[in-house]
Design a protein around this ligand. Structure first.
Ligand code: FMN
Ligand code: SF4
Ligand code: SF4
Length: 253
């Protein structure tokens, strides 16, 4: 079974393609993550865990979920990361997670996708030509990954040097504390109070109060709320004003 989380559609594309090519099913983990539902997920075929990369790692909420959820049936697990180009020490963490859970790690794949971090001025989303090129190449990488999984092979991601892990692990909590704040989110008058932003938040961080979103403090900056708003009514300070919202389906068909 292919398990995935996706905020803006890149990982969902990869997960569904892998499920299609390997004759398997894809399960969106959003509701399970939102409701802290760690009940058994059973698969006779190997598990394929697909996740975006946040700040050089598997997102914290995803790692937390994977540590607790009961995986039954197959003992084999593949990991598929979608990122803007650098998956940091995610494969080391994936291997460690499998070891802790008594699962057999079958390797990781890095699928390079368009960047989706529109609330970042350091890693802005790319121009539409680059996005289209990245999607075309991601389609090929996804197919290659799926055929390895179908044959029961081992996925080979890039080598992670020890110094990367030593730098990344202490850096991430600091970055999260300083950068991943919700203070700058606000909603414009064009908001129609549909509640979609609240429903797509993996951390249940948005309440709809008097038909407008109100952000709490637990945010991972996944970009699901801001990019999925049907009216583009959400802004993050000045950074997002006038910027195109990123969703895979706008570019990938
Ligand atoms: C908070 C945040 C942090 C990110 N950090 C990284 C990173 O460290 N390296 C990288 O290559 N891409 C990074 N990205 C880009 C995403 O991993 C990439 O666009 C991913 O495919 C998005 O997947 P999704 O559309 O399924 O949500 C980051 C994106 C966000 C929103
Ligand atoms: S998704 Fe957009 S329109 Fe709907 S409630 Fe949220 S901000 Fe308002
Ligand atoms: S509030 Fe934060 S965690 Fe929730 S959807 Fe928006 S960006 Fe993602």
């Amino acid at each position: 079974m292919v398990l995935y989380f996706s905020a803006t559609g890149n990982t969902e594309f990869a997960a569904k393609e892998i499920a299609r090519i390997t004759d398997d099913t894809a399960l969106n983990l959003l509701q399970k993550i939102r409701t802290a539902d760690y009940s058994e997920i059973r698969s006779e075929k190997p598990f394929v865990i697909c996740t975006p990369i946040y700040v050089c790692e598997i997102p914290y909420f995803m790692s937390r979920f994977l540590k607790r959820v009961e995986l039954a049936g197959s003992r084999e697990v593949y990991f598929v990361f979608t990122s803007g180009g650098y998956s940091g020490c995610a494969s080391v963490l994936a291997k460690g997670l499998c070891k802790k859970k008594g699962l057999i790690y079958k390797g990781s794949a890095d699928i390079i996708m368009p960047r989706n971090y529109i609330a970042s001025d350091m890693y802005p989303i790319q121009d539409s030509e680059t996005i289209h090129q990245r999607i075309e190449s991601a389609k090929q990488q996804t197919e290659q990954t799926a055929s390895v999984i179908k044959e029961g092979g081992i996925l080979k991601s890039r080598h992670v040097f020890l110094f990367e892990t030593l730098i990344i692990l202490p850096f991430v909590p600091l970055w999260i504390k300083l950068k991943l704040t919700t203070k700058a989110f606000y909603v414009k008058d064009s908001c129609i109070g549909c509640g979609k932003c609240a429903k797509v938040c993996p951390l249940n961080n948005i309440d709809i109060v008097e038909k407008k979103p109100v952000w709490g403090k637990k945010c991972t900056h996944c970009m699901a709320c801001i990019c999925n708003c049907p009216k583009d009514s959400i802004e993050y300070g000045k950074i997002t004003v006038g910027k195109e919202r990123y969703l895979f389906k706008k570019y990938g068909g």
